[in-house]
Design a protein. Structure first.
Length: 122
């Protein structure tokens, strides 16, 4: 798999890369060490993946709340399952995140706060 990063006004049309008679495919995004990197070095695809995973886990947080579990246990679940997803490799991508992406991440945290009915660090 090959990903070409080219910021020229007129990008070159590169011939396909061939290794041992096999053509290497060119991709727009690439997942490396759990983070999705795009060909234009934007982090939006990675943040979309993080938000999607966090929203899937939010379903379980709601189910646990319906079972009337103690607030401390819900906070523990949030910190261990949801916050760990949001914070994974955050030092790499958060500085380059767009304002819209940051708001979408903040929305996940606010939703968890409303579900648990407590303030969570953001």
């Amino acid at each position: 798999v090959e990903m070409v990063v080219d910021f020229r006004r007129n990008p070159l049309i590169l011939p396909p890369l061939i290794i041992l008679d096999n053509t290497v495919s060119t991709v727009e995004t690439f997942k490396f060490l759990g983070s999705t990197i795009s060909h234009d070095l934007k982090w939006t695809p990675n943040i979309k993946n993080v938000i999607k995973k966090a929203q899937q886990r939010m379903f379980f947080l709601r189910q646990l709340r319906k079972l009337k579990l103690p607030k401390e246990l819900l906070i523990q679940f949030y910190r261990g399952i949801i916050e760990s997803i949001i914070c994974s490799s955050i030092t790499v991508w958060f500085g380059s995140a767009t304002q819209q992406d940051r708001h979408r991440l903040q929305r996940i945290i606010r939703t968890a706060e409303k579900t648990i009915t407590t303030h969570l660090p953001s």
